[in-house]
Ligand binder design. Structure first.
Ligand code: ADP
Ligand code: MG
Length: 695
């Protein structure tokens, strides 16, 4: 292995490379563009493109692609070669125009009715704030994806817009507070990624894993995660070889993969990178997911990113650690030694509290997917109810201001050893509240409801936008008067109206569900119920106001998400029907037939030998087989019925209320059979094998 400094970023056309390879003048103009978000002129683009091509070709690269993030949630690319014919042969060429703008055939990407297929023209535009990099021998240029008429067709453009919005509003607030030194505010994200690894050979034998990425049948194995012996346990050799390769490949493309460990469930692991500016963190998370899948395969394994690959075993999520920082290197969510006197911190904290309360629905929408429906609200992941964990100390500060009392800064916490561990107010002793969906963890908020397979763009678009909205309202007040009294009045007002969103207790408890209801908090239990909230008037208004989405774009995105939800359940239902009819039933019937034969043989030998066991098994198998078959047929009918529903919102509801309920029932019969039928008859590997085979 090469030394880390040599390896890190050696496949990235980063600042150091640009500085080295671009003419001084071009370099500084490009930097200006990146810093200020101004348009790039074509001469500079030509120079940059040429330098990029030369650099890439030295590394053996012959093709480039505009790398974009359509609304499918995964990345897309279309490879073009540098090759260009001339009169007497070919030359390798890459122009500025090709760098800054591309035109993939966009007709098959979801657009939610925004763009008919015959107007397939969409274009991709370079996002110069995210470096180009080489992946699988292809020069990848991170881009945004729009239609010619200007509608946004991807996840990246609104994310960049939301970052612009929060920058603008945070700067207004800071300026009102006399902070003229700050020129730019950005949000930063560190996304912790959970995943499962299973044996590739076993995976390929299960149609459910192959078609849907998760198991749709599977009885509970004798051992699950109850011993908690996997969490942070020693990493198995094959897994650690995989992790080493993954780290190295990620480092090459500039993704600073930092921590890795085993998670709670058997075969479950986690990777966390060092946090980065939100758009870059989003690109990096996409790369991380893609590389995990690819490198696992190279190691004879499959990486499952689905939210709930196994029933009764913890699912996978993604923790979105989010903070707001300035170009002067300050984290605006850092409380400092005495938060009660840190007025700037209190304003930003209040903005987040107000935003999360008033736009609970949008945060819930941003994590509403078919896969995540199986996690949220189950006793492993945060509930579907939004709330904020602040910790007792910070809550006391805010309550002090609410009630007009002086609050003493708490003494630093001292561990029993007598060692002072925390230099600042930084962490509350209880900040390990793992049940909270949105927890303050010292100097950042950790949004924990995200599903493991989803793009982090959506949740961050929401977060940036709703906080920008609250900051804009605060700025309106502060621009007139930014005295301590006014600031405290804002905090007080936030506590008065939005305190209900703060909850430091156990989010998994039934009492919380009741208490949240009493407080009037939303509890949107499934995606089909949550998604329509996206297009509520109050929500459309802020997207339009901050220029993130037009009204039409919100409506179309709602439809895209609802449609995707239905499609996923549809595929899962069809897979289950197929497995039930062509795998489970035949195996079970074969076993039944052999038992019957055995009983008959016994009878032939002697009337006195008991065939009670055979009779009992035959009875059980017959009745389960019949139930399985009848339920599969009913599911088939429901699926056809679902497809007839024209209204997309109603269709999603139907898939949830009807289809997915029947799927659970069908699963029940299949799983019961699995516990009776001779393992050698069973058509696919069972949970025990999937979860414990990798050594
Ligand atoms: P945990 O205790 O949950 O592992 P860490 O402090 O190790 O928390 O951070 C987890 C993730 O949060 C990492 O990806 C890390 O880079 C990220 N992170 C740390 N500080 C910040 C910050 N100020 N803003 C955004 N993300 C951060
Ligand atoms: Mg975490």
């Amino acid at each position: 292995m090469k030394k880390m400094p040599e390896l890190f970023g050696n496949m990235v056309f980063n600042d150091a490379v640009m500085k080295e390879r671009l003419p001084k003048d071009t370099y500084s103009k490009l930097k200006k563009t990146i810093k200020e978000g101004t348009a790039l002129d074509i001469d500079i683009a030509n120079a940059v493109a040429n330098a990029m091509k030369e650099w890439a070709m030295e590394k053996g690269v012959t093709h480039y692609t505009h790398w974009f993030q359509p609304m499918t949630g995964v990345t897309a690319e279309k490879h073009e070669s540098f090759l260009s014919p001339t009169e007497d042969g070919i030359i390798m060429e890459f122009s500025g125009k090709e760098l800054i703008q591309g035109e993939p055939d966009a007709s098959s990407f979801p657009s939610g009715g925004l763009r008919a297929t015959f107007e397939a023209r969409g274009y991709t535009a370079w996002d110069p704030t995210s470096y180009a990099f080489i992946k699988d021998n292809i020069l990848c240029i991170p881009t945004a994806f729009c239609s010619y008429s200007g509608e946004v067709l991807d996840k990246k453009t609104p994310l960049l817009r939301s970052m612009e919005a929060i920058n603008k509003q945070a700067l207004r607030v800071l300026k009102a507070l006399g902070r003229d030194d700050v020129k730019r505010v950005s949000t930063c994200v560190g996304a912790e990624q959970e995943y499962f690894l299973v044996e590739r050979e076993l995976y390929e034998k299960r149609p459910d894993l192959v078609y849907t990425g998760r198991t749709l049948f599977g009885a509970k194995p004798p051992k699950g995660q109850e011993l908690e012996d996997h969490y942070f346990g020693a990493v198995k050799r094959r897994v650690s070889a995989f992790m080493k390769d993954l780290d190295e490949e990620l480092w090459k493309v500039g993704v600073y993969a930092k921590t890795k460990h085993n998670e709670v469930a058997p075969a479950q692991h986690e990777l966390a990178p060092v946090f980065a500016t939100t758009n870059i963190a989003t690109d990096h998370n996409q790369i991380i997911m893609e590389y995990m899948k690819r490198i696992a395969k190279e190691h004879g394994m499959m990486c499952l990113l689905d939210e709930k690959p196994f029933e009764n075993i913890n699912g996978s999520g993604k923790h979105n650690n989010w903070s707001i920082t300035t170009d002067t290197g300050e984290n605006l969510l850092k409380p400092g030694k005495d938060p009660s006197k840190n007025l700037q911190f209190l304003i930003f904290l209040s903005a987040v509290i107000k935003a999360v309360d008033e736009y609970q629905d949008l945060l819930r929408v941003s994590v509403a997917t078919a896969g995540n429906d199986h996690r949220l609200g189950a006793n492993e992941a945060p509930p579907a109810i939004m709330s904020i964990f602040l910790g007792d100390d910070l809550l006391e500060v805010l309550e002090g201001i609410e009630e007009g009392r002086e609050v003493e800064a708490r003494k630093k916490d001292t561990m029993l050893t007598g060692v002072e561990v925390l230099p600042d107010f930084a962490k509350d002793t209880t900040d390990r509240n793992r049940t909270s969906p949105f927890a303050f963890t010292g100097n950042k908020f950790e949004f924990r409801m995200l599903g493991s397979s989803q793009s982090i763009a959506g949740p961050n678009i929401m977060l940036n936008t709703i906080v920008a909205e609250e900051l804009s309202k605060f700025a309106d007040v502060l621009e007139k008067d930014a005295s301590e009294m006014t600031i405290k009045a804002i905090v007080k007002d936030t506590m008065k109206h939005n305190k209900r969103i703060i909850f430091n207790g156990n989010n998994y408890s039934d009492e919380w569900v009741k208490e949240a209801k009493r407080r009037g908090l939303l509890n949107l239990s499934c995606a089909a119920e949550a998604l329509p909230y996206f297009a509520k008037e109050k929500n459309i208004n802020i997207f339009v106001k901050h220029k993130i989405f037009s009204r039409e774009e919100v409506l179309s995105r709602t439809e895209i998400m609802e449609e995707e939800y239905s499609k996923i359940i549809n595929i899962e239902a069809l897979t289950m029907i197929d497995m039930a009819k062509t795998q489970i039933l035949p195996s079970s019937m074969k076993y039944l037939k052999d038992i019957a034969k055995a009983a008959k043989t016994k009878r032939e030998i002697s009337e006195n030998i008991s065939i009670g066991l055979e009779e009992e098994l035959i009875e059980k198998l017959s009745s389960l087989n019949e139930l399985l078959y009848a339920t599969a047929l009913r599911l088939e009918e429901e699926v056809s019925e679902a497809q007839e529903i024209i209204n997309i919102e109603r269709q999603a509801k139907y898939y949830h209320d009807k289809v997915s309920m029947t799927m659970s029932e069908l699963r029940g019969y299949g799983d019961s059979l699995e516990t009776i039928v001779d393992r050698s008859y069973w058509p696919y590997p069972v949970y025990g094998e999937l979860l414990f085979s990798i050594q």
